[in-house]
Design a protein around this ligand. Sequence first.
Ligand SMILES: Nc1ncnc2c1ncn2[C@@H]1O[C@H](COP(=O)(O)OP(=O)(O)OP(=O)(O)O)[C@@H](O)[C@H]1O
Ligand SMILES: Nc1nc2c(ncn2[C@@H]2O[C@H](COP(=O)(O)O)[C@@H](O)[C@H]2O)c(=O)[nH]1
Length: 211
Amino acid sequence: MTESETLPRRGLMFILSSPSGAGKTTIARKLLAAEQSLAMSVSVTTRPIRPGETEGKDYFFTQRPQFDRMVEAGDFLEWAEVFGNCYGTPRAQISEGLAAGQDYLFDIDWQGAQQLSQAAGPDVVSVFLLPPSIGELEHRLRSRGTDSDEVIRGRMDRARAEISHWDAYDYVLVNENVDACFEQVRTILHAERLKRERQRGLIEFARELMR
Ligand SMILES: Nc1ncnc2c1ncn2[C@@H]1O[C@H](COP(=O)(O)OP(=O)(O)OP(=O)(O)O)[C@@H](O)[C@H]1O
Ligand SMILES: Nc1nc2c(ncn2[C@@H]2O[C@H](COP(=O)(O)O)[C@@H](O)[C@H]2O)c(=O)[nH]1
């Protein structure tokens, strides 16, 4: 529940997806800085840690055998293989928080978005970010300076396949300008928080007013 809300409510799962390099990490960071009541869902991954990343903040880094054991034990709300590595959303941190009214932000791919929507439909709000053009997407990947030519080629090859899932999302935005896109994403979050079905005690509240 945020300061501006009157009735308590169930938390929501706010998914940001995009082809690699379209800007979801950039928008997610701004959103987390602006929204104190939003917590990042920290995924488990088998991908190696990158310079500048922190264990437990960016990801929980693990090896494939341990990841497979977690899959077997049903520890993930969703999981998927992306760019040859495994990524999963730990179930424990999310389920309790949602019931307590905590909102979570997910930076996950279309496979994870699909699984979460199927498993937890009404709690999920999904947003897909598109780049303004394929040329601009490649430019952003190159200017980020984190990947080799080969990795960038792989991300570009995959981008078209990822974009083909645009119509499975609740909202689709073109990230042309960071600030404008951030404001649009924030507006969606604020409106979704106010949805009738998320508010607890609304029926009783309205009945009381009508008495
Ligand atoms: N609207 C924008 N205009 C120009 N540059 C942008 C914009 N949004 C993001 N960028 C830049 O593009 C690069 C890629 O952005 P970012 O890392 O947020 O992408 P991503 O979708 O999270 O990628 P990945 O899936 O690989 O983690 C970064 O250098 C970022 O600063
Ligand atoms: N289905 C899931 N996808 C995830 C998860 N965590 C991250 N991701 C996606 O993986 C790619 C690559 O991420 P990177 O940090 O290695 O560049 C990106 O599309 C993420 O959105 C997850 O738990 N489940």
